[in-house]
Design a protein around this ligand. Structure first.
Ligand code: HEC
Length: 157
């Protein structure tokens, strides 16, 4: 009886492990908290980097100079009109300082959630114009432009 129970336990563990290994982060809308659905994502963004990001919550492009450069030119066409050329703020808030309307933006998961799903007012969801890999590229540039207190840079922790 005892050994039978043990083997049931072993089986349950063996069945559960692959599920744990595949566990992905749940991304939520910055305002409503609803789960973000990647079904609507623009094609081409499901790269190795994005797959890694979904598992770790860390943007693998942070600190990558070549990507940051691409991210900057994407930022200039998609974001700078509202957030300023150096992310100093304009219609929308500055993105290079340590003040966040949505404090989850100090983490890569939170910043991605705001980009993908949008926030309030004219901060619309960006999945229409940008694929998820391009969002990671822009995020890497935003982090590189950071001028706030290094102690508040949660994405580095
Ligand atoms: C049409 C204008 C507009 C465009 C284009 C736009 N934003 Fe915004 N953004 C805003 C506004 C307005 C807010 C404030 C919304 C709020 O408080 O809910 C905002 C908020 C944000 C926030 C939250 C900041 C905080 O302090 O928590 C982030 C991050 C952000 N935008 C990133 C981006 C990025 C990156 C792009 C380009 C991919 C972009 N936005 C494009 C207008 C815009």
């Amino acid at each position: 009886m005892k050994s039978k129970r043990r083997s049931v336990l072993v089986l349950a563990l063996a069945a559960g492990l692959p599920l744990l290994a595949q566990a992905e982060i749940t991304f939520r809308h910055a305002v409503t908290g609803e789960t973000l659905d990647f079904e609507y994502a623009k094609a081409g963004g499901d790269t190795e980097a994005f797959k890694k990001f979904k598992e770790t919550g860390k943007n693998p492009y942070n600190g990558d100079k070549a990507v940051i450069e691409k991210g900057h030119s994407l930022y200039l066409s998609a974001c700078s009109g509202c957030h300023g050329h150096e992310a100093e703020g304009k219609i929308g808030p500055g993105l290079a300082d340590d003040y966040w309307t949505y404090p989850r933006g100090t983490m890569d998961v939170g910043l991605f959630e705001i980009l993908y799903g949008g926030a309030n007012g004219s901060m619309g969801p960006q999945y229409v114009n940008l694929n998820t890999d391009e969002m990671l590229q822009i995020m890497a540039w935003i982090r590189s432009a950071y001028k706030g207190d290094p102690a508040k840079a949660e994405w580095l922790k």
